[in-house]
Write a protein that binds this ligand. Structure first.
Ligand code: SF4
Length: 61
């Protein structure tokens, strides 16, 4: 399962990069998935972060 951040929805709270730095980072003030980490959507930490994201910008697909 893939994970991505919708830049149209993310408002850059930075929580994903803080809580799960092995998968998320910040680019130009917005959350983003680290290169090569797009297939981590099954990871419980990633799924949990998708639920916690305050703008629901983290997509699992
Ligand atoms: S937690 Fe959500 S709103 Fe905050 S930076 Fe990450 S994707 Fe954006």
């Amino acid at each position: 399962m893939r994970v991505s951040v919708d830049p149209e929805v993310c408002y850059g709270s930075g929580e994903c990069a803080l809580r799960v730095p092995s998968v998320f980072t910040a680019v130009d003030g917005l959350g983003a998935v680290l290169p090569g980490r797009e297939e981590t959507g099954e990871d419980p930490q990633v799924r949990d972060m998708a639920e916690r994201c305050p703008s629901q910008a983290i997509r699992l697909h």
